[in-house]
Design a protein around this ligand. Structure first.
Ligand code: ATP
Ligand code: MG
Length: 335
């Protein structure tokens, strides 16, 4: 069952000043994104910095309003039309865990206050005594202890702070948890612990997850399906487990190659005095600053032909092993 479905979502920011002003007045942050997430599914949104992942997530929780397209919650609830009590309810069902726990946790609050700051204004607020019991329970589920409720975020390590953020996201019993780069600021060993915690919570609470990452390898490990995002749109969507072998879009291939090249790339580039794969991938702004007619990736694509610069590619559906659709937006793929 679909829990949320997003159709042709668009959001552009008006920029009158600042660095981008010289390119024109708009940043096309989200440029026609469509995907849906099923109950108890983990959907990954992957792409390099600036491609519009966070903006998409913020549109989903209605931190911003979209310019075009639709967001439908549980067959039939148009998120753009929600007001008052219905909007409050929706915001309890869809929770956002932020990228940077150091900045998103108020250092002056105790953990109890952090966990309940939003909850207090909710129609389902049960009063302090019960809320304290719930906060203790969720904190223990995330691997901390009830005693930690009286401590302050600065007393915790990065990984523990991310656990507090996750607990805050879960205290109102959401159905969809949006995890925006929740592990990217952490050491690799801690990353694994947090990912396993999320998998555990997902099955225990039958959560759906929107998992945002720039690291395709982390996302492939964690997610059921993945959407690869480039310049504000999805260019490929497929089951996660073997995207490494089945990924067909030249951009997906580039992401995997550069992930593999990883930490060697910078070194090699320095030694060879030229551009390594990592350089190529950072070589161009990931955000669209003008309306593009052809394929958004054509300017960087090793396989681009004339048609790619002229026509925006439509989705093509490819056969995939387990019955889940594999779709790709590329002129140069033969099926
Ligand atoms: N409030 C805003 N006002 C103006 N421009 C914005 C705003 N929010 C985002 N942008 C721009 O929109 C584009 C997409 O940003 P977004 O944060 O969604 O990317 P992202 O994929 O989450 O990147 P990252 O991996 O770095 O978090 C960027 O060019 C960004 O500068
Ligand atoms: Mg982001």
């Amino acid at each position: 069952m679909t829990i949320i479905s997003v159709e042709n979502l668009k959001k552009r920011f008006n920029l009158e000043a600042g660095f981008f002003a010289r390119f024109g007045r708009f940043v096309y942050a989200v440029n026609g994104v469509s995907f849906s997430i099923n109950e108890n599914e983990s959907y990954g949104l992957v792409g390099e910095s600036g491609c519009g992942k966070t903006t998409t997530a913020r549109l989903l929780v209605r931190m911003y309003r979209h310019d075009e397209g639709s967001i439908i919650w549980r067959a039939g609830n148009d998120v753009a039309a929600l007001t008052g009590r219905a909007l409050k309810n929706y915001r309890e069902k869809v929770k956002y865990v932020f990228q940077d726990p150091a900045r998103s946790l108020n250092p002056r609050m105790t953990v109890y206050e952090v966990l309940t700051a939003g909850y207090r204004w909710s129609p389902s607020w049960p009063g302090h005594a019960e809320a304290r019991r719930e906060a203790a329970a969720i904190l223990e589920e995330t691997g901390l202890s009830a005693r930690d409720l009286e401590r302050r975020p600065v007393e915790f390590s990065g990984g523990q702070r991310q656990r507090i953020s996750i607990a805050r996201g879960l205290i109102m019993k959401p159905e969809l948890l949006i995890c925006d780069e929740v592990v990217s600021a952490l050491d690799v060993s801690v990353q694994g612990q947090i990912l396993n915690l999320l998998l555990d919570l997902k099955s225990r609470h039958r959560l759906s997850l929107l998992f945002i990452a720039h690291d395709l390898k982390v996302a492939s490990y964690f997610c059921d399906r993945i959407g690869v995002m480039y310049r504000g749109e999805l260019v490929e969507e497929a089951p996660a487990d073997n995207l490494y072998q089945t990924g067909r879009h030249p951009y997906t291939e580039l992401l995997f190659r550069s992930a593999r090249a990883g930490h060697f790339a910078a070194k090699n580039a320095a030694r060879e005095g030229g551009a390594g794969e990592a350089e190529i991938i950072r070589g161009e702004a990931a955000t669209a600053l003008a309306e593009i007619t052809g394929c958004f990736f054509a300017g960087r694509c090793p396989r681009a032909e004339e048609i790619c610069r002229r026509e925006h590619p439509l989705w093509r559906t490819l056969p995939s092993g387990n019955g889940t659709a594999h779709r790709v937006r590329c002129h140069r793929i033969d099926d």
